[in-house]
Design a protein around this ligand. Structure first.
Ligand code: ADP
Ligand code: ZN
Length: 209
């Protein structure tokens, strides 16, 4: 079973994917995380992807498609987080899942644009262990410092207000049409992204076998 977490940046796809991974033991494939690690390691792919990511644009389809399919090798149960983000990616995935005879379900997290901006610009991440914080919703005990390892908190370069607005506009132009694609195939389940994260997780559970 493949679960696709769909929604705008900041909608909580990553949070829901982690909760689901814990519960089911499936692999969590976040194209954003995989790309950030490629950038950090300065691989050929990372070097190509860096400028697109920092300016809030999408990395070219073929690079992301090849990267994701390589990570999906042999996976029977997986959670896709941040993919597909264009119709081209959705069509490539449809063909690949058909070939591998894998069933899938898409969950769409819905939120208003304002809510998304607040969520994204307030996000902070531990530079060492990766724990996520939020200035308004989940602040650390000591300002700027990780509760679990005391390292310094950072803002992702693409979480500044300017880049967040760019990412949201890219989402509405290029990614939003993917929703209709899955709706027409009868694969889409919409969820209210403002609900408590555990309530959202429960709805996801009730909709997969
Ligand atoms: P968010 O969902 O919060 O925008 P991600 O961590 O999923 O953040 O992605 C960060 C960046 O990585 C995106 O802005 C984009 O540049 C790149 N990226 C991630 N997934 C894809 C994808 N499927 N196609 C193209 N680019 C992607
Ligand atoms: Zn830490």
């Amino acid at each position: 079973m493949i679960v696709i977490m769909f929604g705008p940046p900041g909608s909580g796809k990553g949070t829901q994917s982690s909760l689901l991974k814990e519960k089911r033991g499936w692999s969590h494939l976040s194209t954003g995380d995989i790309l950030r690690s490629e950038v950090k390691q300065q691989t050929e792919l990372g070097l190509k992807a860096k400028a697109f990511m920092e300016s809030g644009q999408l990395v070219p389809d073929q690079l992301v498609i090849d990267m994701l399919f390589a990570h999906m090798d042999g996976a029977e149960g997986a959670i896709l987080d941040g993919f597909p983000r264009t119709l081209t990616q959705a069509q490539a995935l449809e063909a690949e899942l058909g070939k591998r005879e894998l069933d899938y379900k898409v969950f769409s997290l819905e939120l208003s644009q304002e809510e998304l901006e607040t969520r994204l610009t307030g996000r902070r991440v531990c530079s060492s262990c990766g724990t996520l914080y939020h200035l308004n919703f989940f602040p650390p005990a000591q300002e700027g410092q990780c509760d679990s390892c005391q390292s310094q908190l950072e803002q992702r370069p693409d979480d500044s207000l300017e880049v967040v607005r760019k990412r949201l506009s890219v989402y509405f132009e290029q990614t939003y049409p993917v929703k209709a694609f899955y709706e027409e195939l009868g694969k889409l389940k919409s969820l209210d992204g403002t609900m408590d994260k555990h309530e959202i997780q429960n709805s996801i559970h009730m909709n997969i076998n």
